[in-house]
Design a protein around this ligand. Structure first.
Ligand code: ACM
Ligand code: ZN
Length: 622
């Protein structure tokens, strides 16, 4: 037996080849792909059985069956044992000890996916899905291959802000699917902010009855040009929240809930004015409050964007009692070990004027309002720790002293993350300059309204989460990365998808793969990923296909040199010089060229004869 096994493995070794893996477009990139040199493909049909060898793998088997049914209309009858033509076997146990690692091996009669744990098996299925076509009309044949893969970081997150704009429970599920298809495993759910409280709290129904609704929203970019004067809002009931958490669990996505404090609190204060240092002061809405708010006055849910001075009073114990009640319900709902308490952008103006806040500073011999914020966060941390959970907050929680067990989410660049790691605290990197997906992803003139910034796909891809200034020991505290989708200027679910895609592919690659960066190979695989986005019914931006025109003018020579580039793989660029719209029949760009007269250059990328992205225009005056 032993020698037969040995003979078999030698045979496999000599027939393996690592070449010709270029046709694979798995994203994020796996650790190792080995093509097995055999002619026999595995064909998925209605007679393919998906067998889970352990109850914890059944939800992964169900996921694959639903995928095959939804995308390929493959009916999935219960196949009687022994009647199947071939089998996809899911099993626990793997050479790796890393959570989420898996091996996938396909042969003519069997596809074997073995994971270190159930998450690993689920990611093996995601890879299997990416071995299938993004087209329901082709046959489902998989050439023999072995893939070994493991995630680089254990925290691979996306944050979605549902306060500034509200998105349906169905869309949250669709977004969770999108994370899972990218092997992302954390949805940071930004549930409360100035513009709406979005989670039902049984003990305080007013939080949503009042706090989930605003009287209007400013129109256009801050400070805006007016107010919609339309009541806007919504919230998730606890029943919906439970359903979403279960849905996410089946996809190995943990939802990290965020309940913001002590700043970004206008919605809760509108419901319970006593939470403010100054309960009788009307909410200040800069420039364009709604007509209703102008008439009513008093505390109102915010209608304009930005950072607002009306925050929770840190000198009032009733505030802490309520926050603890809220967190108790949140902790009972969400199994996440991390509980996010915000902590960012808390102006200290009210605390400086508030007798109760000043009394607290005096009683506790605090140095200033930053230490008062630290007191606030540390008091909340004690409570969260007492429930067996870990407090996570934005990097402002470093100011005035970090709570003893807190995890820091570094957003104002990497400095907060570096500082926290040096203090031996765990860190999630989410620097605005690299991973704020509310920023423009192309030239502003060619993009829908956004908050500002300029964050191209290539810039996201260039991000390295472990800062080089950290020692190896400190670097162990960088637990992962996250991209953030703030939604001040994202009012529809289609636009959430547009702003997320394809940049989510880049953050997923950074979070998952330990392979060296290879921009060209990433963009090559992204071509297929774009087909998948369409196949899966997601809206992806095509901004990376927009042609960047570089023009160098030599006035003395009366000549301009024009060259084109994109952030896409081997782009097919067509252009015109006569002001007409470029089509697939216009001149094909091959290399830089000179013009010797004034012209209008119009250029665009094409794929399969169709324009992708926008036309870009440059006037050359000679
Ligand atoms: C943040 O962007 N204020 C965390
Ligand atoms: Zn106060």
């Amino acid at each position: 037996m032993k020698s037969a096994f040995h003979f078999f493995s030698v045979l496999v070794l000599v027939t393996c080849t690592q070449i010709a893996v270029a046709q694979y477009s798995i994203l994020p990139k796996p650790g190792r792909i080995t093509e097995l040199n055999s002619a026999d493909s595995f064909r998925i049909s209605a007679q393919t059985a998906v067998l889970a060898s352990h109850p914890s793998l059944q939800s992964s088997a169900d996921f694959l069956n639903s995928y095959l049914q939804k995308q390929f209309s493959l009916a999935r009858p219960k196949i009687k044992k022994g009647k199947q033509i071939n089998t996809i076997s899911l099993a626990l146990g793997n050479a790796s000890t890393v959570s989420g690692a898996y091996t996938l091996e396909t042969g003519a009669r069997e596809v074997k996916i073995s994971g270190t744990d159930a998450a690993g098996v689920f990611y093996g299925i995601q890879t299997l899905i990416q071995l299938l076509p993004a087209d329901s009309n082709t046959s489902l044949a998989i050439a023999p291959v072995q893939i070994e893969d493991a995630p680089r970081f254990q925290y691979r997150g996306m944050m979605l802000d549902v306060s500034r704009h509200f998105f349906s429970a169905d869309f949250i599920k669709k977004y969770i699917d999108l994370l899972a298809l990218h092997k992302m495993n954390r949805l940071h759910w930004h549930l409360t902010d100035d513009h709406g409280w979005r989670i039902e709290i049984k003990k305080y129904p007013q939080l949503t009855a009042v706090g989930a609704w605003r009287n209007g929203t400013i129109i256009g970019n801050y400070p805006g040009s007016g107010n919609t004067n339309q009541r806007y809002g919504g919230f998730y009931t606890q029943a919906e929240v439970k359903d979403i958490i279960q849905y996410a669990e089946k996809r190995h996505v943990t939802i990290v809930p965020e309940i913001e404090m002590p700043g970004h609190a206008s919605a809760a204060i509108a419901a319970f004015p006593y939470l403010s240092c100054f309960p009788n002061e009307a909410t200040h809405i800069n420039k364009y409050p709604s007509d209703l708010t102008k008439v009513k006055g008093g505390k109102q849910v915010q209608e304009t964007w930005g950072v607002h001075n009306d925050v929770y009073c840190a000198g009032n114990d009733s505030v802490f009692r309520m926050m603890e009640d809220v967190l108790t319900e949140v902790i009972n709902l969400f199994p996440s070990s991390y509980i996010h308490i915000g902590g960012d952008e808390c102006p200290k103006e009210n605390w400086k004027k508030c007798p109760r806040c000043q009394q607290r500073i005096k009683d506790l011999k605090l140095k200033d309002e930053h230490e008062l914020q630290s007191y606030f966060v540390q008091r909340i941390e004690k409570f969260i720790n007492s429930k067996g959970r870990i407090l996570i907050g934005w990097d402002e929680i470093l100011e005035g002293g970090l709570a003893p067990n807190a995890v820091v989410m570094s957003w104002r660049g990497e400095a907060g993350g570096i500082e926290a790691a040096k203090q031996r605290h765990d860190v999630i990197m989410t620097p605005n300059s690299y991973v704020y997906f509310d920023y423009f992803q192309g030239k502003a003139a060619l993009e829908p309204m956004a908050i500002g910034g300029y964050l191209t796909l290539q810039k996201v891809y260039s991000y390295e989460p472990i800062p080089s200034v950290l020692t190896a020991e400190e670097a162990k505290h960088i637990k992962g990365v996250q991209a953030n989708v703030w939604t001040e200027y994202i009012a529809s679910s289609d636009k959430v998808e547009y702003m997320s895609l394809p940049r989510m592919a880049a953050i997923a690659e950074i979070a998952w793969t330990s392979q060296p960066k290879d921009w060209s190979d990433f963009t090559r695989r992204l071509e297929t990923q774009h087909n998948r986005y369409a196949f899966w019914n997601y809206t992806a931006a095509q901004s990376a296909y927009n042609v960047k025109q570089s023009i160098q003018i030599d006035s003395d020579a009366g000549r301009a040199t024009v060259s084109f580039s994109t952030e896409s793989f081997e782009p097919e660029i067509h252009f015109t010089l006569d002001g007409s719209e470029p089509s697939a029949k216009s001149t094909l760009y091959k290399k830089a060229f000179d013009v010797r007269r004034s012209v209008t250059v119009k250029a665009a990328s094409f794929r399969n004869g169709k324009q992708v992205g926008k036309t870009t225009i440059q006037q050359i005056i000679l």
